[in-house]
Design a protein around this ligand. Structure first.
Ligand code: SF4
Ligand code: SF4
Ligand code: FES
Length: 458
């Protein structure tokens, strides 16, 4: 008997340890709308013995996907259905029952409600899963928790001082309150202190993916009080003229997300921290410019910075461009990895690219090309019409029919004179599957040769 396991988070919650399933695979709880949109998928993909219709029915009736799936957990094989809610993209993974180990479910009290978790989860992870809006600034769920900003503090019964929920493991029987009056006051004061140090809270959203995090929290807590005045830390690096990254450290709050993402995600260790306290400064080795350092300009530090201290220099060119900023999910057009990106547009203009944090292939990572090399899309030099070399030896614009006829005549001439193996096709590594398929068909069926390859290998 098989079952559809609606989303990966359920595995954790159900006390199952499933191979290849990491915590970051955990998805948001789907809404009924999401499920109804995916019903046709349920219907189309029948597997022998699968009781998906019952699951679907129960989800619809109870509105509780967790419970519906939990009730059907006594199984031999699980099909894990990963649901991406922006596009309702569905991804299947099969796991055999004997690969699954059951782990103990522990219980804690979260804001008066008994909730379950598995050993190793932090208080923040459990709270986040239960939709508690615990504020964070130094947290990025792709990185090791750091515990620097203390905004995520919660009250734990039996512990006198508030504890940082992002670094404190949940334990069985723990009683936690996430938003008492004292805790919220504490958070507001922390934010007032942080804000007092920064030159500018209202950075443009084109700065980067996470650039509005601090601004949003400051507004949520009404922390623009100006109550604290004093020394400021961080000196903006205006001499670094690299074309991609603004380094405006007067807006830096020393959360070290940039340093950590560079080390933990990119494996690059291009930046680090110099000094302590008010003299803290993010630098490269020997404080040289980014382009002279180990930096690969992947842009991950920019996208994780919660204040816009690190900004996307190319996107920020269009701050004044009129129009509402729109994000459209797409796939990077460069290599065959297939990184998910969000294209930033204003009107008809592509103004920037941000990595998709939930992209299955990249999980928020991009390379320099995917992140910053998008100017070609609207470059004036881009060919819009085919060119044909005429008798004068020069290239001239022509219509597509004429160009295709000329190309066909050229191929036929080569084949007739030198034979079919004189033709060798190299498909673009940037082409989608369909185009690659058509290309090999063209070479194989059209010319009768198997001389076909892909530029990624050729
Ligand atoms: S530059 Fe941004 S990400 Fe880096 S430490 Fe400062 S605020 Fe944090
Ligand atoms: S762009 Fe990438 S490699 Fe360069 S400092 Fe930032 S995270 Fe590190
Ligand atoms: S998010 Fe927990 S200390 Fe910063």
């Amino acid at each position: 008997m098989s079952i559809f396991l609606g989303f990966c988070r359920f595995a954790n919650r159900s006390g199952l340890k499933i191979p290849h399933l990491r915590r970051k695979d955990v998805c948001e709880t789907p809404t009924l709308g999401d499920f109804s949109k995916s019903q046709s998928f349920f219907e189309r993909n029948s597997v022998e013995g699968t009781n998906r219709p019952e699951i679907y029915e129960e989800i619809v009736q109870t509105g509780d996907a967790d419970r519906a799936l939990f009730n059907l957990i006594n199984i031999e094989k699980i099909l894990i259905l990963k649901i991406r809610f922006d596009t309702i993209a569905l991804q299947l993974m099969t796991v055999n029952r004997d690969q699954i180990t059951e782990v103990d479910l522990l219980t804690m009290t979260l804001d008066g409600e008994a909730v379950q978790f598995t050993e190793g989860e932090t208080i923040y992870q459990v709270a986040d899963r239960h939709r508690k809006e615990v504020p964070t600034l130094c947290y990025d769920d792709r990185l090791e928790a750091f515990g620097a900003c203390r905004l995520c503090v919660v009250e734990v019964e039996g512990i006198r001082n508030p504890v940082a929920s992002c670094t404190t493991k949940a334990t069985d029987g723990m009683v936690v309150k996430t938003a008492t009056e004292a805790i919220e006051k504490h958070r507001k004061t922390l934010l007032e202190l942080v804000v007092s140090e920064n030159r500018n809270v209202d950075v443009d959203e084109l700065s980067g993916y996470a650039s509005q995090e601090m601004k949003n929290l400051v507004d949520r807590y009404g922390a623009r009080t100006g109550r604290f005045q004093g020394r400021k830390s961080g000196t903006s690096n205006t001499k670094d003229k690299n074309p991609f990254i603004v380094r405006d450290y007067e807006n830096c709050i020393s959360c070290y997300r940039c340093v950590r993402v560079c080390a933990e995600q990119e494996g690059d260790y291009a930046i680090n921290v110099m000094n302590r306290g008010f003299d803290t400064q993010i630098i490269t080795e020997f404080n040289q410019d980014l382009r002279d350092s180990e930096c690969t300009f992947c842009g991950q530090c920019v996208q994780t910075c919660p204040t816009g201290a690190l900004g996307d220099r190319k996107a920020l060119r269009d701050v004044e461009t009129p129009g509402e900023l729109k994000k459209t999910r797409s796939i990077c057009p460069y290599c065959g990895v297939g990184c998910s990106v969000d294209l930033l547009t204003k009107g008809d203009k592509l103004v920037g690219v941000q990595p998709a944090m939930d992209g299955p292939a990249n999980e928020g990572a991009l390379c320099i090309k995917g992140q910053f090399a998008f100017d070609f899309v609207q470059n004036a030099d881009r060919l819009k019409k085919p060119l044909i070399r005429r008798d004068d030896g020069e290239l001239h614009e022509c219509e597509w029919n004429e160009a295709l006829d000329a190309a066909a005549a050229g191929f036929a001439k080569v084949r007739d004179k030198f034979g079919r193996h004189a033709i060798y096709g190299v498909a673009s590594g940037r082409a989608p599957h369909e185009a690659a398929y058509t290309m090999q068909k063209f070479i194989r069926a059209g010319f009768g040769t198997n001389y076909i390859d892909n530029c990624s290998r050729a």
